[in-house]
Design a protein around this ligand. Structure first.
Ligand SMILES: [Zn+2]
Length: 392
């Protein structure tokens, strides 16, 4: 990365990074609800209006928040409202989703609006080669930012598996075949700005919480279906990562027969039946030839019984996993996403039937929605984690 971050951007990053807890809450409220009245910021954060003004003043002075708004134009009710709004391009972040065969990257403003996006095929899973490719992709994205290139504040990278966000170590990624890879440190050697590495579903959850369907919801979960089955939990207003960063691994709940062996090496996992590779294996074995997921989808839609059965079995196990999650933590909303949503019709009946059979009492008030996230949405989630990391 050749372009260097300018002094004004460095000052903004330093201010956000040194914010008090109250100032971080105020920044987050303005960021996600902009434009917003100071009274509403006080209500959302539980702070006094004096405390809100104290937190807002340095943000305005640094050009991160604007108070020079016409109340008539903001459409906010009540007066006087003294509205404030985020300055979206005060800083720019990059978000990169590491997929098994390619990188998807976006450059975004503070509201995760996509300014530029790029894809780069991965020739190898060797960690150093992937780190080189991430640096190349960031370089391409930064070049496309034009005058905004000097506003680059941070890079967020989303990787499947057990990722330690504080150290950037990918402890275990079955998809990439990585164990104890110090990916954050490898990226820091190659990038001109700081980087945060996070589990990909957690990153998507941060994006949905701040800028997606999770906004305004106190407790929700994202369940992703596809190559892996994962979940991100957002409870009582915060993303749940657990003591070791692996909360929400519903793909490895032991809900299937012990004779089903998971790619993680354990027996009876949800993924051993419901992951893309498990569905491919079941249909391949029934037909005595290698069947890929697009073929399996076509077969099932044409009425092939083995393919229909494989998807129905997967849907049933996913339904049991979602019921387990809902019974355990009681969210208001479950968002089903991931690349498997493209053929959700093949899972849906058995998923909903098993879910309805197992969900307990009022936990069943939880709404389930299906959202076809694009890979760009995952990269935006990575950018959202970079933005979150700026504010402490
Ligand atoms: Zn497993």
């Amino acid at each position: 990365m050749h372009e260097s971050t300018d002094d004004e951007t460095r000052r903004r990053v330093a201010l956000l990074g040194s914010s008090s807890d109250a100032a971080t809450r105020v920044f987050t409220a303005v960021l996600t609800r902009s434009p917003i009245s100071r009274i509403e910021v006080a209500r959302l954060t539980g702070l006094s209006q004096a405390a809100v003004t104290k937190a807002v003043t340095p943000l305005v002075a640094a050009g991160i928040v604007s108070d020079a708004l016409d109340p008539q134009l903001t459409g906010l009710p009540g007066r006087p409202v003294s509205p404030v709004a985020i300055v979206p391009d005060a800083v720019v972040t990059l978000g990169v989703k590491v997929n098994v065969d390619e990188l998807i990257g976006v450059a975004t403003d503070l509201t995760t609006r996509v300014i530029a996006s790029e894809r780069l095929p991965l020739a190898s899973h060797d960690p150093a080669a992937v780190a080189d490719a991430v640096a190349d992709l960031c370089d391409h994205l930064q070049k496309r930012l034009g005058a905004l290139a000097s506003r680059l504040a941070r890079v967020g990278v989303a990787v499947s598996g057990d990722v330690d966000r504080t150290t950037g170590v990918v402890r275990d990624s079955t998809l990439m075949g990585w164990r104890a890879v110090p990916f954050g440190a490898m990226l820091r050697e190659r990038l001109s700005v700081d980087v945060v590495v996070q589990n990909d579903v957690s990153a998507l959850t941060v994006g949905e919480h701040w800028f997606g369907v999770g906004l305004g919801t106190r407790s929700f979960a994202i369940v992703t279906i596809g190559r892996g089955i994962g979940s991100g939990l957002h409870l009582n207003g915060d993303v749940v990562e657990g003591a070791y960063g692996v909360a929400g691994e519903i793909g490895h709940l032991p809900l299937t027969s012990p004779d089903r062996i998971c790619a993680c090496g354990r027996r009876g996992c949800v993924e051993a039946v419901a992951a893309t590779s498990a569905i491919e294996a079941a249909v391949s074995s029934a037909h005595g030839r290698a069947v890929t997921i697009p073929d399996a989808v076509a077969l099932a839609r044409a009425g092939d019984q083995a393919a229909e059965r494989a998807f129905a079995e997967a849907g049933s196990v996913i339904g049991a996993a979602i019921a387990s999650l809902v019974n355990l933590v009681g969210p208001e909303l479950v968002i089903i996403g991931g690349e498997g949503v493209a053929h959700f019709d093949l899972f849906e009946a058995s998923l909903r039937q098993t879910y309805d059979e197992h969900v307990f009492s009022s936990a069943g008030l939880c709404r389930i929605v299906v959202r076809p996230h694009t890979f760009e949405d995952w990269a935006r989630g990575a950018a959202a984690t970079a933005i979150r990391s700026l504010a402490g």
